[in-house]
Design a protein around this ligand. Sequence first.
Ligand code: ADP
Length: 501
Amino acid sequence: MKVAMCSMEAVPFSKTGGLGDVVGALPAFLKKQGVECIVIMPYCKRIFEKSGNWEFSLIKKDIDISFNWGQKEVFDVLSSEVIFPGNNSVTYYFIKNDKFFDRENLYGVSEKDYEDNDRRFSFFSKSILYLLKSINYRAEVIHLNDYHCGLTPVFLRHFKRNSISNESFFGSTGSVFTIHNLAYQGIYERNILTYCELGDQYFNIDALEYYGKVNFMKGGILFSEKVTTVSPTYAKEILRPEYGYGLDGVLRTREKDLVGIINGLDYSVWNPETDRKIKSNYSVGNLGGKRDCKIHLVKKMFGLEKVSKPVLGVVSRLSEQKGIDLVVDILDVLMQEDIYLVTLGSGDERYTKMLIESEKRYTDRMRVNVKYDDELARMIYAGSDIFLMPSRYEPCGLSQLISLKYGTVPVVRDTGGLSDTVKDINNEGDITKGGTGFKFKDFAGSDFLNAISRALSFYRKKDLWERIIENGMRSDFSWENSASKYKRLYLDLRKDIKAKA
Ligand code: ADP
């Protein structure tokens, strides 16, 4: 089984959120299960320089693709070998076109997308197929992640139909499209189809048209053989208008090919027993190190030597999705409790301002850190007692998985992947049944506060609290399980394609 995993971002080279973590981990776990998997992503020189000192080999030079009916865009292919624990290595291939990809950021500047993202992502989508041909990698599955490569299944079908680009090369290739977040769809003006050399037959309601524009996510959903999303609950939710972001109807047409596979957490990257960036390491049954981490966090944030109050932490993009407004809404009531609150995250200016304003009222007990900082994130995961994640919607969420592993008890809204990964505690009996956190149903301040007070009341009962921590640290969201589900899906797809041939 040969798979090409494609994404705009992947750890260890680049990451803006969960997408980078997922694509950075899944291929190595697939390989462990006997699936041959390469990764294809853009070469983003300035971004890669910030993440490490990487070595690249030049594999192919000056591959040209026709765009805009006859004009050309050119790219080189670079590669790099990434070694994973257990000496498992994955080859990453990079599409190098500096005009499109050598930028300060991956998608835009402070929440504003780059103006040529329509072309950047069209180019990325099409060049994936040319790259595969240039390295003669006959993938049976091209696995596309999010709308940035949503046009790849469209080009693939177009090439096959029109015998463009040596039809037989892709004769036994199918595509899987994974939705990591349905809210970001890539909706652009109609003229992008001219640039893509896709004719008017693609501009209709059963193809890429979306209210007079072109929707790349819709392309991925309709033109790939299988559609996945990153948790079983989110897979059900997005079929409903409240969560469907205008594509629930389109998704319902693909319901039988849509599955939810929960993301794993890479425990070689996220593990309090081995994490070198936290003050002290710790494990189930040996939580002394966690206490050191808490003292260290409180000292760093508030300059205090001692701490008896619970620390509540937030590590999150500041976006509508994450429910930061709910945190701000309840803040004055919440701060009546004897607690510390530490947030880390950047994003939407509105939410940034709201948090900074709130911080001014509680300077001795609240810290707002507006930046992206992996080390501080780890300090917060390790040093907090309670992790807040009141998302409006949550396709999967990695932060709650990290907080569970780091023994920081999550308070989450009961939606998407949060529903699938946190086991709710209402009473002592729920702890015996393996409860790991506190959930609330409605996106309402009173419900959120209620869940936090439930958490705080258990926090005061030390022995029960330790059992909750340990339940969380023991819960297993390792990639093995999810990778085997993807493997099953790829095998089903291969069978379907063979049956059609
Ligand atoms: P998203 O929707 O942003 O992908 P996830 O919970 O799936 O949310 O993943 C977020 C990832 O990004 C986690 O690994 C989290 O620790 C990390 N992260 C988010 N914000 C920051 C930040 N400001 N600094 C460091 N890491 C962050």
